[in-house]
Design a protein around this ligand. Structure first.
Ligand code: TRP
Ligand code: ZN
Length: 895
């Protein structure tokens, strides 16, 4: 059987397991075609549950034998499980021997091979593809693992915990024995059998203990491991300093693999990483790659406490570990960034991601609460909602109890639950109990609606200034639309960080009616009802409200501010997030007006002056300026509209971009000249901010030049492309040429490929860049990007089997090139359906991610909408679809 039958799993049906597995001894005879797995388990009945047969999960396994206390027992197969009816009394030993076929495992779940080496991926339910087991997170066992393999081919044999024995066997084979002292669920098991080399580093932690850190990569990649190692050391130091959480193992390993479904995996003591989040040197990786590595290395390391030491009772609680760990990695990156401005840049990037991915998810057919109520395929619920919105929920808790209060909450959480498998309630309760009297403790039940109710609330704000009484009254109202299965919603508890800004830019002291004196210039209002009024006194003149500072809650703010007020905020707001937001809204309002009326957007003088003011500002950081000067994405613009015509949105945004390029030509020249980085490459926030702004300037200058038929700037871009000392600048120059549609693009692309042939991660960039670039608006051959993508599929370097490569071409095109993808002739959707079906036969997890590209099809204007429905229906009609893809397409087609 390929996989279990499609059944809906419900959160309310949770029951504790009927058996516990206390210890497991695994022996692997590693062979790509047929690996033999011998498992010896100490099994105990769970006395809290009525006696029943033992049902072990197993998938695509070949069973050789089953022994209980050394005697053979009878068994049967039922619902994808191995069922044993009669077993010895009390605790017993269960021995199972089976085989699996790693080289045939194209799903990359369970034990598989990549370039001939062995790796595992067990989250969420991959362990059952290795051997029969109670493959659920609340069954925690102590693992001892012996690996046997050919010594020449697989010199490195790794598993979780500590190495306790190793040696040679006959026939050129060798073995290694690992013991992990911490009981863990099966999803945290890992093994590696490979020909790899390691960068090693010994560190001493605060307690004076020595630990060995290792980063394993293929021979030849060692020069790309320094940044990952530095990020790991920084993670260890940070978790000890901020949360008093030390490294608890003698040895901590990271292993990079080129074939991987996701970013990385937090297996106890043996993290397995997509190469994309390990390998970097200045010549091959961009600034964005460097920061991605820092946050993913941090994320997986932080899971050691939030996920591994305390794990999830069941998969509905996934956000317990993921939301919390994303929050922790975001805080880590912010603390690493240092300056207030660099922290704000990170926050803006995170919110941009949330709005781009999670808000659409929460408004579409896959909308689900942070703690879902049901699923068919758990792999489909590793979502932006569980991860990113989950992190926002944790962030709101921190906002409600303060940073020190949150740290107390974490401490109490570990005091209570270390070593356990628990629920999201347990976490929220610990944070509340550690902060008695806080808004969180007082309103905990209502606050937890963030875990239960899907959808992005709207926060409608109206302010009224009364001159005679010198009062300013702010009315806040929350509104929630229905979500699948949730027609009506209870009010959320929404922390609204806010300030009032005078038209002259002054921050106004905030004194609410009834308060004896002002309480600073910024405060957090906690809206816990449908609506509420807040009256501020002693306000001398009409202020501009600056609401939801730092994006204090995952809501859509509707505050009715006009241009004049947004211009005040863009110039003066003390909160950098809202300052950026004001600039985005000035642009957005103009873009939306143009799209709605199918006209050209108007980059009027007030807007242009404001943008110039930001660009030329004497004290703002370049990284921040780059964010302000970048227009809202096409996806974000689409989300603001009732009906979406992707071509119109694209045309409007391109036109606005060109106007910015032309009107600010001299300023862009200044920005380019002033933000060159000299000296050796460093990925720090200051130099990467300078590169970001210089590269934006170059792109704008090329766009403007192209429109004028001038080739000076494209020539400079080509020169920069050739001479660049780092990948950020090389890619910046190449994409400037590509975006402008300049004829130097083709030779540049060819040169790029020739230089980086064989560097897989760089070749991914080469595919991605071409796939996400539409033909320039108004030029001959618009819509040709699909042809280019089809041609690239024939390139000898292309493969559908490698997830990074498939993502670089197919996902980049369908997700990040809306103008190329949404075609009136439906060819984009036909292509999408074909690729989903093709991928589903290889790797359902990756296929179902691609399937989700069409989530928002119902918002499309005709003729796109009908064509989209037809393409989705064609996928849904395929008889032997995976559960993964079937769940996505059937939800998309509902009602
Ligand atoms: N737990 C991993 C994380 O850090 C996610 C993950 C890695 C994953 N590989 C996976 C989830 C495969 C599902 C399937 O977020
Ligand atoms: Zn995670």
């Amino acid at each position: 059987m390929r996989e279990g039958p499609a059944t809906l799993i419900r959160r309310e049906d949770y029951v504790a397991p009927a058996y516990w597995i206390k210890t497991v001894d695994l022996t692997f005879d590693l062979d790509p075609a047929k690996t033999i797995v011998a498992s010896r388990m100490q099994v105990e009945r769970n006395s809290a549950v009525a006696p029943q047969p033992l049902k072990l999960h197993g998938e695509e396994l070949n069973l050789l034998r089953v022994l209980a206390n050394g005697e053979s027992v009878s068994f049967r197969h039922e619902d994808g499980c191995l069922v044993i009816d009669s077993l010895p009394e009390g605790t017993f030993t269960l021995e199972i021997r089976n085989t699996c076929a790693p080289e045939k495992n194209t799903q990359l779940s369970g034990l598989y091979t990549s370039c001939g080496n062995f790796f595992t991926q067990c989250e969420a339910e991959g362990f059952r593809r290795i051997t029969y087991f109670l493959d659920r997170p609340d069954v925690m066992a102590v693992y001892t693992v012996t690996l046997k393999a050919d010594k020449k081919k697989y010199p490195v044999l790794l598993s979780n915990g500590n190495l306790v024995d190793q040696g040679d066997l006959d026939n050129g084979r060798h073995f290694a024995k690992w013991h992990d002292p911490f009981p863990k669920p099966s999803y945290l098991f890992a093994l590696v059998g490979a020909d790899l080399v390691a960068r090693q580093q010994k560190i001493r932690t605060r307690a004076g203990k020595e630990h060995l850190l290792e980063v394993y990569v293929r021979r030849g990649d060692l020069d790309k491991t320094e940044h990952a190692m530095n990020s790991l050391i920084a993670s260890v130091v940070w978790d000890e300093a901020r949360f008093k959480l030390p490294l608890d193992l003698e040895r901590f390993m990271i292993v990079a693999v080129g074939d991987f479904n996701m970013g990385a995996m937090e297996n106890k003591g043996l993290n397995i990483f997509n190469t994309k989040y390990v390998l970097a040197n200045p010549a091959t990786a961009t600034d964005a790659d460097y920061s991605g590595i820092e946050s993913v290395v941090g994320h997986e390391y932080f899971h050691n406490w939030t996920g591994n030491r305390i794990t999830c009772r069941d998969w509905f609680q996934l956000s317990l570990k993921e939301g919390l760990t994303v929050f922790r990695d975001q805080e880590f990156s912010m603390d690493m960034a240092g300056s207030a401005s660099a922290r704000a840049v990170k926050r803006i990037e995170d919110v941009r991601g949330l709005r781009q991915m999670q808000f659409p998810e929460d408004a579409g057919p896959m909308a689900h609460p942070v703690r879902p109520d049901s699923y068919v395929e758990i792999n489909n619920f590793y979502t932006a909602t569980v991860y990113e919105k989950g992190a926002e929920v944790v962030r709101m808790m921190q906002t409600l109890v303060g940073r020190a209060g949150f740290e107390r909450g974490m401490t109490l959480y570990f005091e209570r639950h270390d070593g356990q498998a628990v629920t999201c309630d347990d976490f929220a309760q610990a944070v509340a109990d550690a902060n008695p009297g806080s808004a969180l403790a007082e309103k905990l039940d209502a606050f937890k609606r963030w875990y239960a109710q899907a959808g992005t609330p709207r926060l409608v704000a109206r302010g009224r200034y009364d001159a005679p009484s010198r009062t300013y009254t702010l009315g806040l109202e929350q509104q929630s639309d229905p979500s699948p299965g949730q027609p009506v919603k209870q009010p959320f508890v929404i922390p609204v960080a806010m300030g009032l800004v005078g038209h002259d830019g002054r921050a106004i002291a905030l004194q609410l009616e009834g308060e004896a004196a002002p309480v600073g210039n910024e405060r957090v209002l906690v809206l816990d009802e449908k609506h509420a009024y807040y009256t501020f006194v002693n306000v001398d003149a009409e202020p501009v409200p600056s609401l939801l500072r730092g994006f204090s809650a995952p809501v859509n703010l509707v505050d009715g501010l006009g241009d004049a007020e947004l211009l005040v905020l863009l110039k003066h707001d003390a909160d950098p997030f809202n300052r950026w937001e004001a600039g985005q809204r000035l642009a957005l309002n103009r873009l939306l007006a143009a799209v709605r009326t199918d006209s050209t957007p108007d980059a009027d003088p007030a807007f242009i002056d404001a943008m110039r003011g930001a660009l030329r500002h004497p004290t703002l950081d370049p990284a921040f300026k780059e964010l302000v000067l970048t227009l809202p994405s096409e996806t974000y613009i689409a989300e603001q509209l009732e009906e979406v015509d992707p071509q119109r949105i694209h045309a409007a945004r391109e036109s606005m971009k060109l106007q910015l390029a032309q009107a600010l030509r001299d300023d862009w020249v200044w920005a380019w000249d002033e933000h060159q980085t000299i000296g050796g490459y460093s990925p720090d926030p200051v130099s990467s901010g300078r590169r970001a702004l210089a590269n934006l300037a170059l792109a704008m200058l090329c766009l403007d030049a192209q429109a004028r038929g001038d080739s000076v700037w494209p020539g400079k871009a080509y020169q920069r492309f050739k001479d660049a000392g780092n990948m950020t600048d090389r890619m910046g120059a190449l994409s400037a040429l590509l975006d402008a549609g300049h004829e130097l693009t083709q030779p540049a692309l060819e040169r790029f490929h020739a230089i980086f042939k064989g560097e897989d991660l760089v070749i991914d960039k080469w595919f991605a860049l071409q796939a996400r670039t539409p033909e320039p608006v108004g030029r001959q051959g618009a819509g040709r990007s699909l042809q280019r993508v089809k041609a690239l599929m024939q390139h000898p370097d292309f493969s559908m089997k490698n997830p990074n490569r498939a993502r670089s071409l197919i996902f980049s095109f369908t997700m990040y090139n809306p103008a190329g993808f949404h075609r009136a002739d439906a060819a984009g959707y036909v292509f999408w359906a074909d690729r989903v079906l093709e991928l589903d036969a290889i790797n359902p997890q990756v296929a179902s991610r691609l399937a989700r590209v069409m989530d928002r099809w119902k918002k499309l204007a005709e003729p796109y909408r009908s064509a989209a429905r037809e393409a989705i229906s064609r996928v849904a009609a395929k008889p032997d679809l995976s559960n993964d893809v079937r769940e996505i397409v059937s939800r998309a087609l509902e009602d």
